[in-house]
Design a protein around this ligand. Structure first.
Ligand code: CMP
Length: 198
């Protein structure tokens, strides 16, 4: 549990907004440890692999999008969740493939949950202040829908431990994940704290 890992990807808007340092700082200061880091440009095939590590992603995203149209009293582009999510996915590819992204692996106790808390929920308009998406950007589903594009929300963070394992295996070779100690680990994980006083 103390070595739980999660994947974070700074999306092209995060890189273009020159927020790489600010975003890394927020995860780093939590006490989680950065154990993998790379900059890449990814294409459609890779993006599809990334989102289909969760086999339910297309169905869930389609259903969620249809629900959000219904809530606003609007008609979705189709009643079939899979057709709707294909549209969302096409827009997502345009967004994610538009420029370099920065992929990272963060490790530590509850890494998946802690990273999701620091990141905030998907839509910047409704994500809490204090989170990356709540503090550093301004997009909404409503405006993204009008413009037929993906919501620009700066980062991707794995949704569960299982997803994190699959996503990390897709983005990183095992030898690109570095196993190392930080002096900080003592204060976070040492049970007796008996190595501090001389
Ligand atoms: P994320 O959760 O990282 O991965 C899927 C991304 O697709 C999500 O961030 C948003 O950027 C985008 N997205 C998901 N659902 C919608 C939607 N209904 N409309 C626009 N963009 C979406």
């Amino acid at each position: 549990m103390k070595k739980e890992k999660t994947l974070v990807v700074i999306k092209p808007d995060g890189v273009q907004r020159t927020l790489i340092g600010e975003i890394i700082k927020r995860y780093e200061r939590s006490g989680l440890k950065l154990v993998g880091l790379k900059m890449r440009v990814v294409g459609e095939d890779f993006i599809r692999k990334h989102y289909t590590v969760d086999p339910e992603w297309f169905l869930k995203t389609g259903k969620k999008t249809i629900e959000s149209y219904a809530k606003k009293g609007k008609t979705p582009p189709s009643e079939d969740p899979l057709e709707v999510s294909e549209i969302v996915f096409k827009n997502l590819v345009k967004y994610i493939a538009s420029g370099p992204v920065v992929a990272m692996v963060w490790q530590g106790m509850h890494a998946v949950g802690i990273v999701r808390k620091i990141t905030g929920i998907t839509e910047p308009l409704t994500s809490d202040m204090g989170t990356i998406r709540g503090d550093l950007t301004i997009d909404s589903y409503e405006v993204a829908d009008v413009d037929s594009r993906a919501v620009r929300n700066l980062v991707h963070a794995s949704g569960s431990i299982e997803e994190a394992e699959k996503e990390i295996a897709l983005w990183f070779k095992p030898e690109e994940i570095i196993n190392y100690r930080l002096i900080n680990d003592e204060i976070l994980y040492d049970v007796n704290l008996d190595g501090i006083l001389e």
